[in-house]
Design a protein around this ligand. Structure first.
Ligand code: ZN
Length: 500
């Protein structure tokens, strides 16, 4: 995995001489606005000199606000030994509400990126500009949602006992806005696990396998696949090796696509990926969700497709996936197929109150409304009895989601949703083989949120709810003994069963 870190502790500080030079440069070039106005005033009126002097000595600050405009953090110049550094030629640090660090880090980096793109400057300079120009960054942080999230996930919270020292959680709406997040890293306190890439595990299956395969009518709800190894070989010791292994042993019977997703069957995910196309899957997740798939695409081009099957089918992309990526990707299953990059910044204003940036509408349709709804119903079965995420089930709420584990259960994920929220929970265990508690954590977070009964998922007219035969996966007739309900795109219905 490429080591893209979160916040760097001492970015851009190559020694004292360098810092002093940069301060000098800032004095000559950067200090427009108040200082220049102040100097002009001193020549004219004495009283103004005092006022100007006051302005000059006052520490410059950038402000970060929540969704209602209430201040939640202050950016300022600091010394290199401070906590909460953002890097920069002159070190920029922030003070914020207790335990808001991960959110402020994410929002400030996003604001800095906006400045970088507009001004053609580096991130370090952008942090300086936020302070120097006394900018106000308005975010989508929702204090109530944050409060609920912290109740469950923060240091002294109810679930801190079962959560590992490396952990994170985030809540967004279904339109690309991050409402709250929390991250804790005992390994490196500056690491923000909301934006730090790690293995997605099986959460990727909806994005790289089943979603696109349903979209392209490669599979439907009740298409049958054999639960058996994709590959069997004899190793150097003469022992038989099978791949990929499931959590349990192979059943060697036919499973529906829906059942395979519900129970996170690995063998079937690989087979469906092969049917959809490995190269197509790489391109899809890159174009739709901005995931990095360079290594995998190169392997496909070199004819080594089978070497990267686990990357795409089981969530081991070489470049990793972030929690923010997963929130962004899963929102499409709640909102009918529309992708908006997950963001925290809605507006930036300059010190004089002028609008510098206002969020645009960078939305794209990733899936048809039909695909999104069929996937939504499949993901609902994950939290039903027997699904890997059943601990996330909440009576009276329409919960959907997907679990994911990696590295022999070291990474533990649940990404779930209601019609109003998407919530991702992740933690890393120091050793393998323990139960994934993330669905239960998701539930605790969600019961603390405000839910509006009138808001629901939109079922498109072009999706049919129909009974299928469990034996054949085809549409059931009156003679089919075991029948279940599936959801189908009307353009891709299975044929009629011939049970007699
Ligand atoms: Zn039948």
């Amino acid at each position: 995995m490429s080591g893209k870190t979160g916040m760097s502790k001492k970015a851009g500080t190559d020694g004292k001489a360098e810092i002093n030079r940069n301060v000098e440069r800032n004095k000559s070039a950067g200090m427009r606005g108040k200082r220049i106005a102040g100097v002009a005033a001193t020549a004219a009126v004495c009283v103004l000199l005092v006022v100007a002097g006051h302005i000059l000595s006052r520490e410059k600050t950038g402000i970060v606000t929540d969704i209602e405009g209430k201040e939640i953090a202050r950016l300022m110049y600091g010394s290199q030994t401070d906590d909460n550094q953002m890097g920069g030629d002159r070190t920029v640090r922030y003070d914020c509400e207790d335990r808001y660090e991960a959110y402020i880090d994410l929002a400030c980096r996003e604001a800095a990126k906006i400045l970088c793109e507009r001004e053609g400057i580096r991130e370090a300079e952008a942090f300086g500009m936020l302070v120097e120009e006394e900018m106000t960054v308005q975010t989508t942080l929702c204090p109530d949602v944050m409060g609920g999230l912290l109740d469950v996930c923060a240091e002294e919270s109810m679930l801190s006992g079962i959560l590992a020292s490396e952990r994170a959680a985030a809540v967004s709406d279904t339109k690309g806005h991050i409402l709250a997040c929390y991250s804790r890293s005992a390994e490196d306190s500056s690491r923000n696990y909301v934006t730090y890439p790690t293995y997605a595990g099986s959460t990727i299956k909806s994005l790289s396998v089943y979603g696109p395969a349903v979209e392209d009518d490669i599979v439907c709800w009740s298409d049958l696949y054999m639960d058996s190894p994709y590959r069997q070989s004899i190793n150097a010791d003469g022992e038989e090796e099978v791949w990929p292994v499931n959590t349990g042993s192979y059943t060697n019977r036919m499973w529906t696509v829906q059942e395979a997703l519900k129970k996170s069957n690995n063998a079937i995910a690989v087979k469906v990926l092969k049917d959809y196309g490995v190269g197509d899957s790489c391109r899809f997740v890159r174009e739709a969700f901005g995931l990095k798939t360079d290594v995998e695409e190169r392997a496909v081009l070199e004819g080594k497709e089978d070497e990267v099957l686990p990357n795409l089918a089981l969530g081991y992309l070489e470049a990793g996936v972030t929690m923010r990526d997963l929130l962004g990707a899963y929102q499409i299953f709640a909102n009918g197929g529309i992708y908006t990059p997950m963001h925290a910044v809605v507006a930036i204003r300059t010190g004089n109150g002028e609008e510098y940036y206002q969020e645009g509408s960078e939305t794209t349709r990733v899936f048809s409304a039909e695909t999104a709804y069929v996937m939504n119903r499949m993901l609902k079965t994950v939290v039903e009895e027997g699904g890997t995420g059943e601990a996330a089930y909440i009576e009276g709420l329409d919960i959907c989601g997907k679990t994911g584990t990696s590295d022999e259960s070291r990474d533990n994920w649940f990404v779930g949703m209601t019609p109003e929220y998407v919530c991702a929970v992740w933690y890393r265990l120091p050793r393998a083989g323990m139960k994934n508690e993330s669905p239960a954590v998701f539930k605790e977070i969600m019961v603390r949120m405000e839910h509006h009964e009138e808001i629901g998922y939109q079922k498109p007219e072009s999706v049919a709810e129909a009974a299928y035969c469990k034996k054949t996966g085809l549409l059931a007739n009156e003679f089919c003994e075991e029948q279940k309900t599936g959801y189908y795109k009307k353009q891709n219905m299975p044929g009629e069963c011939d049970c007699q």
